[in-house]
Design a protein around this ligand. Structure first.
Ligand SMILES: Cc1cc2nc3c(=O)[nH]c(=O)nc-3n(C[C@H](O)[C@H](O)[C@H](O)COP(=O)(O)OP(=O)(O)OC[C@H]3O[C@@H](n4cnc5c(N)ncnc54)[C@H](O)[C@@H]3O)c2cc1C
Ligand code: FES
Length: 289
């Protein structure tokens, strides 16, 4: 689905991090948590789309939310667009969006029912986990609601979106690399420090178990994967790769993943997969970190 959608608002939520809301009646009930859209900028020299994860989809109000960091020309251009809800004189700018793309976090129903789902995010990776929280909280696309949803979120500076997670009934733990927060007992550190100090391993032996979703910088996710492996917590990770077309037509985003073993223990080698169509979410045990 490739269409023009009117921008409602485009505001800075933290230094260099913007939240854009668009009127997207055709998209809101077609998207799944962990999927992304390709955003085309209204400038001919910025031809390639910019892949941005879906941060939230509010079906009731037909509003799609994207959160992005300004890192280069394209995202800088994006940050300059004005929504109709922001200035009475502005009619609103239309943005060309193509999507949804990718598989999303819940590519099968093996995540429900569960005792607890952990949402483990770092930096911009916090954004797509909010949509996962919404869906888990209302039991919309997953088999059953988990008994508990916990978020372990790490930020490079001031945290953002904590209240939005709490609004979905999520138990939020946040930490910052640079600023002591009350939610981390005044400590600074990484999300893995937070998991090591705040996560209670006592419930791990129950049958329905715990599972985890992660999104964030690759080194963070790699450490999270080791932490989960040690505790036998199944993990799904949303990967990023530099993209060209953004929808499977080139090989710009291909990566190597581990193949399944045959029953006789043979055949486990490496396979090439495209992050834009086969991912961006992969089971952590298949990822070559
Ligand atoms: C599946 C996926 C989901 C993403 N979700 C988000 C998100 O929710 N919020 C967010 O801020 N960023 C996200 N990114 C990263 C975002 O796409 C890049 O930061 C953005 O494309 C940079 O564009 P630019 O023109 O500002 O930077 P430039 O570096 O000037 O970009 C030059 C070219 O490289 C491509 N490119 C640069 N960095 C990346 C990258 N990391 N991934 C893919 N292509 C890249 C651009 O699309 C462009 O074609 C995501 C990337 C992927 C692959
Ligand atoms: S970006 Fe072209 S195939 Fe994935």
């Amino acid at each position: 689905m490739r269409n023009n959608y009117r921008i409602i608002s485009n505001r800075e939520v933290s230094e260099g991090v913007f939240e854009m809301k668009v009127d997207a009646p055709l998209l809101v009930d077609a998207v799944l948590p962990g999927q992304f859209v390709n955003v085309y900028l209204p400038r001919e020299d910025l031809l390639l789309p910019r892949p941005i994860s879906i941060c939230d989809s509010d079906m009731e109000n037909e509003v799609l939310t994207l959160v992005y960091a300004v890192v280069g020309e394209g995202t800088l251009e994006l940050s300059r667009l004005i929504g109709y809800g922001e200035e009475p004189t502005v009619d609103g700018v239309f943005l060309e969006i193509f999507g949804p793309h990718g598989n999303g976090f819940f590519y099968d129903n093996s995540y429900g029912p569960r005792d607890e789902v952990l949402l483990i995010g770092g930096g911009l990776g916090v954004a797509p986990l909010l949509f996962a929280a919404r869906v888990l909280a209302d039991g919309h696309f997953v088999a059953d609601m988990p008994k508990k949803i916990s978020a372990y979120l790490g930020f490079p500076a001031e945290p953002w979106y904590l209240r939005e997670f709490e609004a979905f009934g999520v138990h939020v733990h946040a930490i910052s690399d640079t600023i002591p927060l009350a939610s981390s007992g005044g400590r600074v550190g990484t999300v893995v420090d937070l998991l090591n100090t705040e996560f209670d391993t006592r419930g791990l032996s129950s049958e329905a178990g715990t599972c985890a979703l992660t999104c964030g910088p690759q080194p963070m996710m790699k450490t999270v994967a080791s932490w989960c492996e040690e505790l036998s917590i199944p993990l799904r990770a949303s990967l990023e790769a530099r993209m060209g077309c953004g929808y499977g037509a080139c090989v710009g985003c291909s990566i190597e993943v581990k193949a399944d073993e045959n029953a006789d223990g043979t055949g486990a080698g490496l396979l090439r997969r495209k992050v834009c169509v086969d991912g961006p979410v992969f089971p952590a045990e298949k990822i070559v970190w």
